[in-house]
Design a protein around this ligand. Structure first.
Ligand code: AMP
Ligand code: ZN
Length: 120
């Protein structure tokens, strides 16, 4: 399994750092965000280290599809599908990506407001 030394999400995958894991399979895990922005704030990520969508290609298409199905399952199990929810992935500097290990944010449980802020 490809891991990056020093990557916090690789360390969570390896069990070196504790997490509140809500889903796991051989390829994908889902953890609660440590600084939740909404009642539901879960991160869905691959066990293997990929920095972001920027470094994904067609070889990862099946993995990406499975991750989105996990996103959907997490939302269904949290009971937010009727109210709606938001799925976000940050890529690089302008997005504000903090952790350079591909992940989807799954946010819901309250009205989420505008899609983006007007800046810092
Ligand atoms: P991003 O800015 O898209 O890279 O988002 C990174 C997210 O990871 C942020 O929402 C952080 O709160 C979250 N985060 C950072 N460290 C941890 C951790 N140890 N466990 C769970 N979530 C974390
Ligand atoms: Zn990583």
């Amino acid at each position: 399994m490809a891991q990056a030394s020093g990557c916090i999400f690789c360390r969570i995958v390896a069990g070196e750092i504790p997490s509140d894991m809500v889903y796991q399979d051989p390829e994908v895990i889902a953890i609660r965000d440590i600084r939740p922005q909404a009642p539901l704030h879960v991160l869905v990520l691959p066990r293997t280290h990929l920095v972001s969508l920027a470094e994904v290609d067609a070889a990862q298409a099946p993995l990406l599809g499975r991750m989105l199905l996990v996103v959907k399952q997490v939302a269904e199990e949290a009971g937010v599908t009727q109210g709606g929810y938001r799925v976000i992935t940050n890529i690089g500097r302008d997005s504000g990506q903090e952790v350079p290990h591909l992940h989807w944010h799954v946010l819901g449980g309250r009205p989420l407001g505008p899609l983006v802020s007007r800046g810092l």
